[in-house]
Design a protein around this ligand. Sequence first.
Ligand SMILES: Cc1cc2nc3c(=O)[nH]c(=O)nc-3n(C[C@H](O)[C@H](O)[C@H](O)COP(=O)(O)OP(=O)(O)OC[C@H]3O[C@@H](n4cnc5c(N)ncnc54)[C@H](O)[C@@H]3O)c2cc1C
Length: 499
Amino acid sequence: MKSTRRIVVIGAGVGGLAASVDLARSGCEVTLIEKAPYVGGKLRSLEPQGRAIDAGPTVFTMRHVFESLFADAGRRLEDELRLHPASLLARHVWGSDPAILDLHADPQRSMDAIGAFAGASEARGFGEFLDRAGALHECLREPFMMSPRPTTSGLMREIGFAGMLTMWRTPPWLTLWRALAEHFRDPRLRQLFARYATYVGSSPLQAPATLMLIAHVEQSGVWLVEGGMRRVAQALASLATHCGAHLRLGNGARRLEVRDGRIVGVHFEDGDFIPADNVIFNGDTQALADGLLGEDVRRAVTSRRRSERGLSAVTWCVDAPTRGFDLVHHNVFFGDDYPREFSDIFERRKITTQPTIYLCAQDRGEASSPLSAGDTERVLILVNAPADGDHDGITDDALAGLEQRVFSRLETSGLIVSRKPEHLVATRPQDFAQLFPATGGSLYGSANHGAFASFARPNARTPIQGLYLAGGSVHPGPGVPMATLSGRLAAACLLRDTD
Ligand SMILES: Cc1cc2nc3c(=O)[nH]c(=O)nc-3n(C[C@H](O)[C@H](O)[C@H](O)COP(=O)(O)OP(=O)(O)OC[C@H]3O[C@@H](n4cnc5c(N)ncnc54)[C@H](O)[C@@H]3O)c2cc1C
């Protein structure tokens, strides 16, 4: 019975790829369709000088999520991807006479570095912060992340007494920004650890303090992928095809056909139609709510009220020589006023004058051969922006001004990127909005603002029979491992429902 189920997965982001793997290996007939001519969705790359530069995610964590996906399909992750543990997590930079702080995979080294940077009491604060992040991770991992449909009451039942104490100390209404003040007096450290809110597209001033568990996730291992992050998407796609999924690239889904409350098939942009017993939608769920896949499936997302969009970004992929600053793989050049940076984005809907700059130097670190002086190198530069790309894009003049400010800011810390216009490709919120329909350019679905935002995300099941959801806008949320988990949760729900 199961072997005859025809399933269409719409979108070859990591969520769609993971769902395709699990369904195909379970004997379903899976067609994975993707409107772009490549797999990976946000894991895309650009080639300003003919060499691929990762233009999406760069921080690879939670390796175990991918290990178990591969293992369940009878393969070994290490045979398909070469992953190197990063000994240095990130270099953090402030000011013109740059103050520099490195965080390391070894927490003791980080603690020593923080002690030397800001004093012994800040180092102690870091130790306590890591303990608290670890306890939150322990408490929320199973009942929240791994649960197909977490609720606040269910969570309270499952976490037990130790979990209650952990949540008592870090209740969901406490913001990350306020919680960090309990650990760090030095504003630079508060700023550094507040950055974790941006990993899920949110402002640390509004995001719950529970997000500090991301510090624990990073401390448990950040990996550098040989050949770049795009290799992750390629490896997932070949695993899916190995399991029997059929891939159709460069053709989008235009409309989902529903009869008597049940999915019956998918109409393509080019006019084709394929019948389907089940569909997993891996695009942003707002696309369904906005009617982009047809009136029949608008109600798939029960709350049609547009929730607050998460962060978008302006990025530059640059292939050029750099000098004057000792870059590592992950670098952050902080702006002066973090609260202002986020109130500008979320309230005044603009990029702040002097934004924090993330720079991924992709040819550095354990997964790359050492660079020689004068070599060109591949970097991704990112600043946060409001997700207004569908109605208020960034003009060419505004982009030129921003670019000037960003590269001058890097120069004040000593980093000179010898770039010519042909060395770089910029991506603005309006470009992300086009790539990922109904998002306005948000890279992470809805913002995780307020006490209950984590519970407000749609989960895999929808009110429409046969239609399931996967991806960063779905529980358990954005980020490569989380979206992968969501794909697995969607596949598991579908298989359970059709058993
Ligand atoms: C610049 C940037 C930096 C990031 N940094 C990190 C990081 O360092 N670490 C991390 O873990 N995460 C990071 N993220 C977030 C992470 O990339 C995403 O959360 C994750 O990749 C989302 O996966 P997804 O399954 O939701 O699919 P997506 O990547 O959103 O892909 C969805 C796919 O569906 C396709 N699609 C949509 N509609 C249709 C349709 N109608 N028909 C056919 N196809 C359709 C789209 O073309 C797309 O390919 C970053 C994202 C960006 C953009």
